[in-house]
Ligand binder design. Structure first.
Ligand code: ADP
Ligand code: GN1
Ligand code: MG
Length: 366
C-alpha cells in the first residue's frame, strides 16, 4: 500500500478502530478511500488525499467547506426529522482541531463520515431520479443563500470562465507540449466555431443582469447522493462551492443527468440528451427556485447545458493536448474520448434547443 491509511486515519478524532481502507467512487480529482471500522455501532468514513495541484490553497479550501457544512447543519437542525449525518457532509477534526492534515510527504488529507445507504449514479435512467437531483441542487442553493460572513474563497479562479478556458486551450495548442495538437484539429474546429455564442452568460454577468450567488459548480450527477428510495439525500463534493451563476449548476447537472450515455462514451451514436430527463430535472430544480430566480436567470437556463457541456469539452481537450495533467485518466486517449463525447452531446442539445426553451417556459407558466 502506497499510503499508510491506518496511520493517517489515526490523526482524526473518531473513537473508532480502523479495519480496512480501499479506493472508492469514480471522482476525477482526489484519491478517495472508504475506511471501514470495527464495531457495528461505529461510523465508516471517507478519507481523501486532496489534489493540491488542482486546489492550490488547501487551508482556504477547507475553510470554505467548514463554513458551508456548518451552515447546512444549522439549517437542517431546524427541520424536524432531518438526518444530519446523511443529509450533510460531516468533516472530522484532527487532534489539533483542524479539518485536514499534511503528512510527512506533503500530502493533504481530510476525513468525512461515510453516508450510509446512499445511491450514486453516473448515468440516470429514470425521470424520478432526475427530478430528485434537481430538487437537491435547488434546495442546496436556497439553503446557502444566506451564508453569513465574507464571500467564500474562489478555490479555482475563473473555474467556469469560458473566455479563460478558451484562452488556455489556444495557449496549449500553440505550445503543443506533447505533439498532439495536429491530431485534434477536427475537435478544435468544432470548439472555435462556437466561441462567440458561448460568452453570453459572462456578458449577462458583466451587464449586471444575472447575480453571482453561492453555487456548487460541480453538479455532476454522481455528486448528488440519493437514498435507498432514490429520493434526494445529500449534495457532496463541496470543493468548488463559491460565487457563481446558477447556470453553471443547472448546465452541469443536465450534462450528466440527461445524457443517455456515459461521460466518456466511445460509441458516439449512443450519446444524446434525453428531453424527458431534461424536463424532469428542470421541474425538480424549479420547484425549489422559481421564486428566487430573476427573469434573465430563467431566460438563459435552457442555454446553460450547452455552455457547460462545451466548457467541459474544452477542458478535456485542453488536458489531452497538455499531456493529461489535470483529470485522472484510465487509458491513453481517455481525455480525447471524453472531449469527443461531450462535443457530440453539445450537438444533441443544439438539435433540441427549441424544445428545451419551450419546456422551461411551460414549467414556469404553470
Ligand atoms: P472528486 O472531487 O474526486 O470527485 P468526491 O468528493 O466527489 O471527489 O468523492 C468521490 C466519490 O466518493 C463520490 O463520487 C462518492 O461516490 C464518494 N463519496 C465522497 N464523499 C462521500 C461520503 N461522505 N459518503 C459516501 N460517499 C462519498
Ligand atoms: C471533475 O471532482 P469531480 O470528478 O466530481 C471536475 C469537474 C468536471 C468533472 C468532469 C474540481 O469533477 O469540473 O466537470 O470532473 N472537478 C474539478 O467529469 O475540476
Ligand atoms: Mg466528485
Amino acid at each position: 500500500m502506497e499510503h499508510d491509511l491506518e496511520k493517517i486515519f489515526g490523526h482524526f478524532v473518531t473513537g473508532a478502530k480502523f479495519r480496512e481502507g480501499d479506493l472508492y467512487g469514480s471522482g476525477h480529482i482526489h484519491d478517495t478511500y472508504r475506511i471501514l471500522t470495527e464495531g457495528r455501532e461505529n461510523d465508516d468514513y471517507i478519507l481523501q488525499r486532496l489534489n493540491n495541484k488542482v486546489f492550490k490553497d488547501i487551508p482556504r479550501l477547507q475553510s470554505n467547506i467548514e463554513r458551508v457544512t456548518l451552515h447546512l447543519r444549522n439549517k437542517l437542525s431546524n427541520i424536524p426529522g432531518s438526518d444530519i449525518k446523511r443529509e450533510c457532509l460531516t468533516l472530522i477534526p484532527t487532534y489539533d482541531n483542524k479539518s485536514w492534515i499534511c503528512d510527512e510527504k506533503d500530502n493533504f488529507w481530510r476525513l468525512y463520515i461515510f453516508i450510509t445507504g446512499h445511491r450514486s449514479y453516473n448515468i440516470v435512467d429514470s425521470t424520478g431520479k432526475a427530478f430528485e437531483g434537481g430538487k437537491a441542487i435547488g434546495r442546496f442553493q436556497a439553503m446557502l443563500s444566506d451564508l453569513p460572513g465574507e464571500p467564500l474563497h474562489e478555490t479555482i479562479p475563473g473555474f467556469h470562465d469560458i473566455e479563460k478556458r478558451l484562452a488556455s486551450l489556444k495557449d496549449t495548442v500553440n505550445r503543443d507540449p506533447v505533439g498532439r495538437a495536429a491530431s485534434v484539429k477536427a475537435e478544435t474546429d468544432k470548439i472555435f466555431r462556437r466561441e462567440e455564442e458561448m460568452k453570453v452568460i459572462l456578458k449577462l454577468g458583466r451587464e449586471g443582469r444575472i447575480p453571482l450567488r453561492i453555487t456548487h459548480n460541480d453538479t455532476k450527477f454522481n455528486n448528488i447522493l440519493l437514498d435507498e428510495n432514490d429520493r434526494a439525500l445529500c449534495v457532496i463534493d463541496l470543493d468548488t462551492v463559491m460565487p457563481g451563476y446558477v447556470h453553471y449548476d443547472f448546465g452541469d447537472a443536465i450534462r450528466t443527468a440527461a445524457n443517455r450515455a456515459a461521460e466518456d462514451e466511445s460509441n458516439l451514436s449512443r450519446v444524446s440528451m434525453d428531453i424527458d430527463l431534461f424536463k424532469a430535472y428542470a421541474s425538480g430544480y424549479l420547484s425549489e427556485t422559481r421564486q428566487t430566480l430573476n427573469p434573465a436567470e430563467k431566460e438563459y437556463l435552457a442555454f446553460s447545458p450547452r455552455l457547460i457541456t462545451y466548457t467541459i469539452a474544452v477542458r478535456f481537450l485542453t488536458d489531452y493536448i497538455d499531456g493529461d495533467n489535470y483529470f485522472k485518466i484510465h487509458h491513453e486517449n481517455h481525455n480525447l474520448q471524453r472531449a469527443r463525447a461531450q462535443l457530440r452531446l453539445v450537438e444533441s442539445m443544439e438539435e433540441q434547443y427549441g424544445q428545451m426553451q419551450n419546456i422551461i417556459e411551460a414549467i414556469l407558466s404553470t
